[in-house]
Design a protein. Structure first.
Length: 235
């Protein structure tokens, strides 16, 4: 997978890709300055050497540096990261505009996603995953001071379940939803009123995962999320 590059490195790759002929470092300096990035010719030289050493650029005799296929992949990859960040910001904006109704929307998304995550976790969890799940449960049970464990131990448990699923796409989707959820103070207040039920639900999910019962894990997670939805609707 291509690495995430700094803005100036991507701009240099894009400039070299689009240039009709080889360009010198001073041309690149002026281009970056126009983009609001102040650099020296020496700095540009170091960046060019770095990009070349990593395979994003290569030298051609009498032509200078040209972009490689790996360089094209880096541009596409980093453009994808920008688009993902933009989409995340759009989601946060939507959440900020509404309160309980958007909270229910998030829970609806979790209801569609997390039972499948729990199912995969019961199939794929290894010993390290099980230890992490147990530690988060014990921490939640030990930190039952109202309000304290909601933002930390509750999230830790769900993150641990997502990691145990061994599916990076599901893991990424869940983390985006969970961050939005925990930013919603209304939800934290609701959970504080029902922390005993929350802990029991987590224990049921954990028992299904540790006993390698995917369908039971899915059902336990589904009931857990549906219970949260009921709590929100009861407010």
């Amino acid at each position: 997978m291509p690495a995430e590059l700094e803005e100036k490195e991507i701009l240099i790759l894009e400039l070299i890709r689009s240039a009709p002929e080889p360009i010198g470092s001073w041309y690149i300096v002026n281009y970056l300055n126009e983009k609001g990035i102040r650099v020296s010719s020496a700095t540009v030289g170091r960046v060019l050497n770095k990009l070349e050493s990593r395979g994003y650029l290569q030298k051609e005799k009498f032509k200078g540096r040209i972009i490689t296929e790996k360089g094209y992949q880096a541009i596409r990859y980093n453009q994808g990261l920008k688009e993902m960040t933009s989409e995340q910001n759009r989601i946060v904006e939507l959440i900020d505009k509404k309160y309980l109704s958007n909270l229910l929307d998030i829970l609806g998304a979790r209801l569609a996603l997390e039972p499948a995550i729990a199912f995969c976790a019961a199939e794929n969890a290894d010993e390290k995953d099980l230890i992490r799940l147990e530690e988060s449960l014990l921490a939640a049970e030990a930190n039952r001071t109202p309000g304290q464990w909601v933002a930390n131990d509750n999230l830790d448990f769900h993150v641990a379940v997502a990691a145990a699923a061994k599916n990076p796409i599901l893991d990424s989707f869940f983390k985006q939803l969970s961050i939005l959820m925990m930013q919603t103070k209304d939800f934290q207040y609701i959970i504080r009123l029902n922390d005993v039920d929350e802990l029991k639900a987590h224990r049921d999910i954990y028992e299904a995962i540790i006993n390698k019962k995917p369908e039971k894990a899915r059902q336990a997670m589904e009931e857990h999320i549906r219970s949260l939805i009921r709590d929100v609707k009861a407010v």
